[in-house]
Write a protein that binds this ligand. Sequence first.
Ligand SMILES: C[S@@+](CC[C@H](N)C(=O)[O-])C[C@H]1O[C@@H](n2cnc3c(N)ncnc32)[C@H](O)[C@@H]1O
Length: 219
Amino acid sequence: MSKQAVDFMELSAYRKALDTSFVHRYSHGEDEWSWDIGMARAARIFLAALGDRPDQRILDVGVGRGRDASELIQAGHRVTGLDIVENSSWPLLRKRWGERLELLNSALQDWQPVDGRQFDAVLDNGCFHHQHPDEWDAYLAHMRSHVRQGGLIALNVFGVDSSNPVPGWREMDNQRQGYFFTEQGIRDTLESYGLTWQELVVIERQHGDAMYLLALVRN
Ligand SMILES: C[S@@+](CC[C@H](N)C(=O)[O-])C[C@H]1O[C@@H](n2cnc3c(N)ncnc32)[C@H](O)[C@@H]1O
């Protein structure tokens, strides 16, 4: 896996490009992932993997419009959602879910909980694969630091398929990049950051080519 083997733009410029790209997509109603049945399925698999214990504290990284957060809360959990884009759906969600939902406008890499709390589990449904390669270390280290030992971490990432089996970066809109993994590639990547492998679920992507690979790991 060669996450560096790409002529990537400088980190601060890429951060701005990522922000611009997501703001544009949400404000133009072009965030088709918000309605993607594959992404919704990934969240349900994560929910099932949480087990029967109620009232778990979940960190939803790249919470977007809050589809998954709402489902997790309905199942009896509490959610903190982070996103680089303050979504127009957030005011209504805050009103609806009250103290069970906290929504914060921050990149995962920049965020520290004020009270130093740790979460029982983390869901990253479609966020990690867009991060600048120079930030993978910081991103995953932050993620791990927010989860209790043994806690569940689910990352849903782009996966290659037979129409284009080559792993690597693919350019999306507004200079946003997406990394497409092989099944072995996502496993090797997460294990190389010290996470304990649990399971991989391959999920059909409703919009666009390729697949989703939902990696379930433990901290
Ligand atoms: C493909 S969308 C998925 C949104 C949501 N998880 C879903 O399933 O509908 C990725 C989200 O991650 C957010 N994002 C990207 N980089 C981020 C970062 N470093 N920290 C937090 N959120 C980020 C984007 O603004 C966007 O809302």
